[in-house]
Write a protein that binds this ligand. Structure first.
Ligand SMILES: [Zn+2]
Length: 415
């Protein structure tokens, strides 16, 4: 993050500083005395003031370090802010999924002096949520990430704390752990297979959706599949089963052609079908569709129906073709309606293929220019998840994404 964007996002708090009998105005971080700025205060209580205007001879200090000094007002995001906080809390280094924060008397701060929330003496974390304007969002075992604290308690005595998520490995990061939990027998895969699975699932793990889909639908494992398909998602169980041989074929296509291939169509000369080579993300897409709310599910069908009509009109099935995919001549492929030919099959396959295409940068960028409406719809699932997922998941995805944002896993530039 550049300093400029940090300043825009984190201009500083507004309100009043009380110092003994004196009141000073604070306006977006500027501390004003007799109409003149004498320094700055940040959201986490760090102050930089000129000369001896406040306190002793110090120029840079935390508000807690000087007696009789306090702040009341709102932080950079308009959330209520009172400093210092009055709980008896620890100070030290906090590693949240490996990302380092400073804890000052319980306040979780970073190098830009943002104030993220409270770390208490029992190891609980309460986050401030600028997006949904909530204070003290307590993280639970679903939303708390692997945490390590090294420091002292309020009495100055040594205090260390460690939390590892249930069934997680403490030496792996959140994304790795989520992929390990979702993809059964991940450990036994070859390195190239692991890389492929990672490519398929990374974006979905990073935004927290993989965790919720796994919990609400199920995981993914190798097994026997009839009909020679590469994967199947159980309607009743919600679990994904992948065929091991087909899995290797998918991987070969992916590493040879990239995420998109044009394949010849059997028995139909001169025709090709666009194919997305992302089977893990495809099957995950079927699970994800089950967790969308009704409005979002209806939107999938609506977009699919429009595309289907258009494709049927422009590219009727050629003689001898018995499938249901959109197949085209090489000349027509650039003006195809469906990004992947198989997406024409049904609205479920349409959604799964779109999720597959969205999972890696190359086809995601393609899709943006190919079908902007569809691209924007999938973006919304990631960027506005609480509004797109089933209402039973709203609270958990909101809190989980807050936590993932703090650890810089659910990044602003994720898409
Ligand atoms: Zn499918």
């Amino acid at each position: 993050m550049s300093t400029n964007s940090a300043l825009v996002k984190n201009p500083g708090p507004s309100g009043f500083i009380q110092y003994g009998q004196d009141f000073l105005i604070v306006d977006y971080g500027q501390v004003i005395k007799d109409g003149v700025s004498i320094g700055k205060i940040y959201d986490d209580g760090f102050m930089q003031v000129k000369g001896n205007t406040v306190g002793n001879a110090k120029n840079n200090f935390f508000i807690d370090q000087i007696n009789d000094l306090s702040f009341r007002g709102t932080d950079s995001f308009g959330l209520t802010l009172e400093l210092p906080i009055t709980i008896q809390a620890p100070s030290g280094d906090l590693y949240f999924d490996g990302k380092l924060f400073k804890v000052i008397n319980g306040r979780i701060c970073d190098s830009l002096h943002s104030f993220h929330g409270i770390f208490d003496q029992s190891g609980n974390i309460y986050l401030r949520d600028p997006q949904s304007k909530r204070l003290d969002v307590k993280l639970d075992e679903n939303t708390m990430l692997n945490t390590r604290f090294v420091g002292v308690n309020y009495l100055g005595e040594k205090f260390n704390f460690e939390f590892t998520r249930p069934l997680n490995r403490h030496n792996r990061n959140y994304i790795e752990n989520e992929i390990l939990r979702y993809f059964d027998s991940f450990d036994s895969l070859t390195s190239i297979q692991k890389k492929y699975v990672h490519e398929n699932l990374n974006i979905w793990a990073a935004c927290g959706i993989l965790q919720l889909v796994r919990k609400s639908e199920g995981n993914c494992a190798f097994g026997d599949i009839r009909h020679g398909a590469s994967g199947v998602t159980g309607v009743r169980t919600g679990n994904v089963t992948l065929d091991k041989d087909e899995f290797d074929t998918e991987i070969k296509l992916f590493f040879n052609d990239g995420p998109l291939s044009n394949l010849f169509v059997r028995n139909v000369p001169l025709h090709v079908e666009a194919r997305v080579n992302m089977v893990v993300a495809h099957e995950f897409g079927h699970q994800l569709e089950f967790t969308l709310n009704q409005k979002a599910q209806e939107r999938v069908i609506e977009i699919y129906n429009t595309r289907f009509k258009q494709s049927a009109k422009l590219f009727p099935y050629p003689h001898g073709y018995e499938g249901r995919s959109e197949i085209l001549t090489r000349e027509q492929i650039q003006s195809r309606v469906f990004y992947s030919g198989y997406a024409k099959e049904s609205h479920q396959e349409f959604f799964a293929e779109t999720i597959a295409a969205f999972s890696v940068t190359k086809t995601r960028e393609d899709l943006k220019f190919f079908d902007r409406e569809l691209y924007d719809f999938i973006c919304q699932i990631i960027l506005d998840s609480p509004k797109m997922l089933s209402t039973v998941l709203t609270e958990q995805i909101t809190d989980l994404q807050l936590s993932l944002r703090l650890a810089d896993i659910y990044k602003e530039n994720l898409i």
